[in-house]
Design a binder for this molecule. Structure first.
Ligand SMILES: Nc1ncnc2c1ncn2[C@@H]1O[C@H](COP(=O)(O)OP(=O)(O)O)[C@@H](O)[C@H]1O
Ligand SMILES: [Mg+2]
Length: 361
């Protein structure tokens, strides 16, 4: 077991080399840690700001073992780290958050079942492994629904919206199931939400917790475009958001930052959509508008340090930049109150996140 709190100069391993890993590595450096990145990608955004990087596939368990042996703690920036990779890393350094959070977050069915078990509401859902299951599920959940793969979906990928019109066509269930790759899936009733909100929260090694204000999120085509904080919700809804986060952090014996996506219904009730066992895109405004942002918060937590102060100092709007949007960074930087963040991706692929801008105040 690692000495806690981790000494300045210790090494924090991060599985994943994308923008979240990059911002975590920068936050780690700011507290005097060396970040080491494990990524299958040459020249990844995170590697270029870290103290070191291992480039190997996640399936290379020898490489994972060598990597973890050089780290004092290992964390991850994305939730699809294979279980065997997490286990190999966890055998040589503390893995934070632990394998339970990772396993549940990787499977939409397990995730919703887990939430319901804690008294947290979700949309109605059903397990679907065949077109026949899908037809049966539509009969109980209604014709307005979304079919999603249980695993590996992100940014709206691996999802098919089911509408009453679709059900009139012949073979609709076969087609819809084929459209999600005939993978084990979940059918979810469509949530009649008024807002999508999220809560970013953290739990330390000592069980202390921290909660950022609820954030309101606007998605387009399943992808986050904009986050506003604080969200315009009632005090009761804000309190419920915190209760949900507190219950989940405790039940998972969680260490680190968690991102919890919620649907707000017209009556103010909150349904859990999904959670990410990591820093979250809808928390990207926090370093610019709070005493301690989500990246530093996460590094503090996994290093066994005291949590930071999540108090928000000014209202904030965070807008994602996609593809070549990021080329406007110097223009955006002219705006007073704008903080621009560029992920340093070598290829500016249309539709992929390449940066974000936070407008504060
Ligand atoms: N059951 C649902 N009802 C209404 N909208 C939904 C539902 N599930 C997903 N969505 C919409 O699609 C977006 C992406 O779905 P989500 O389950 O969060 O997948 P991902 O893992 O791709 O983020 C959500 O943010 C929301 O806008
Ligand atoms: Mg989501």
């Amino acid at each position: 077991m690692t000495a806690s709190p981790l000494k300045t100069g210790s090494t924090i391993g991060i599985l994943g080399g994308g923008q979240l890993g990059r911002m975590l590595a920068l936050a780690a450096a700011d507290l005097g840690f060396d970040a080491r990145i494990f990524t299958p990608e040459d020249d990844s955004p995170a590697s270029r700001v870290a103290a070191g990087a291992t480039v190997a596939p996640y399936s290379d368990l020898d490489a994972v073992t060598r990597f973890a042996s050089e780290c004092d703690v290992v964390t991850y920036e994305f939730e699809n780290v294979p279980a065997a990779t997490a286990e190999a890393a966890g055998a040589h350094a503390p893995l934070r958050p632990g394998p339970k959070a990772l396993a549940i977050a990787q499977d939409r069915l397990a995730e919703k079942t887990f939430a319901n078990g804690l008294g947290i509401e979700t949309v109605a859902f059903a397990d679907v492994v065949s077109p026949a299951d899908l037809e049966a599920a539509i009969k109980t959940l209604g014709a307005s629904a979304i079919l999603k793969t249980r695993r590996e979906g992100y940014d709206g990928k691996g999802q098919v919206r089911i509408t009453p019109e679709m059900l009139k066509g012949p073979g609709w269930a076969e087609k819809a199931f084929a459209a999600v790759g005939s993978a084990p899936s979940i059918l979810e009733a469509f949530a009649p939400f008024v807002h999508e909100v999220s809560i970013i929260a953290a739990r330390g090694e000592d069980g202390a917790t921290a909660f950022y204000p609820l954030t309101e999120n606007r998605h387009e085509g399943g992808v986050l475009r904009e986050s506003r904080a604080p969200a315009a919700v009632s005090p009761a809804t804000a309190k419920r958001g915190q209760e949900i986060a507190r219950a989940m952090l405790g039940a998972l014996d969680y260490v680190g930052v968690i991102g919890i996506e919620l649907f707000e219904l017209p009556d103010g009730r909150l349904l859990l959509n999904e959670f990410a066992p990591r820093v979250h895109n809808s928390g990207h405004w926090t370093p610019d508008a709070c005493v301690c942002g989500q990246f530093e918060m996460h590094i503090r937590a996994v290093a066994g340090w005291p949590l930071g102060n999540p108090t928000q100092l000014a209202p904030a709007v965070m807008t994602n930049l996609f593809g070549e949007d990021v080329l406007a960074a110097p223009e955006l930087a002219k705006e007073p109150g704008a903080r621009v963040h560029v992920y340093g991706k070598r290829d500016l692929v249309p539709g992929r996140k390449t940066g974000h801008v936070t407008r504060v105040g």
